[in-house]
Ligand binder design. Sequence first.
Ligand code: SF4
Length: 256
Amino acid sequence: METVCVPFQKKYTLCLSSQVGCAMKCSFCFTGTQGLTRSLEKKEIILQYLQAYAYIKEKFQGHQAAPNIVFMGQGEPLHNIDNVADAIEILKTKEGMGLGPRQITLSTAGYLPGIKRFSELGSVNFALSFHSPFNEERNELIPLNKAYPIDKLIDELKTIKLMKRQFLTFEYLIIRDLNHTKKHVEEIGRLLKGMPVIFNLIPFNEFPGAPYRRPEMAAVEEFKKGLIELGFHAMVRTTKGDDILAACGQLTSQDS
Ligand code: SF4
């Protein structure tokens, strides 16, 4: 089980795991190469938060605000929704950590049965690993897409009730020579027309044996420009932690 502390401005965000390994086998993901060992219990999810928060307080003396959470560590959180929902509920209570729902983001590869239950998590932020608007490409990147194709996911996402100024985040891994052409921008415009989406663009982090390559930053900026011209918000995520295999899609259970 691995947890990552990500510094952002003067605050920390904790990237929590929901499972040991993952069953989804996304082709770009180091975690996906190890398969699913087991789902975490709610107490194990909460313990990751408490231990990481204690570490931050000890290492960086003085007051440290309660960190935000992203469920983007090992595992597909909606594939373990009962334990994740219980852990979130406890972390939100005054007796727990008193976190607000907007301090918590849950990221899914597109597990539709879990998305249908998303409202049970109570207004937390939603993020989708999107990566391509085309089913053929998405099938290769996220095999789960064969069971739950992108148009069905988008239909379901349109039913999620958002709070004022709340957006759906679409994570978009940018892979060299694969998924960031003009054709992709046009199809995204057609598919997501009118939806309140923020794109989080992530240049692919290469790992040992990775089947893909990191893109040129100029190509990433060009893709971002195309999305903004369509009226979407888009930002490029600064990679932190890729030197220790702790960046997005790189977590795996290694002996240390
Ligand atoms: S990207 Fe997420 S859902 Fe896909 S294999 Fe990795 S941990 Fe699982």
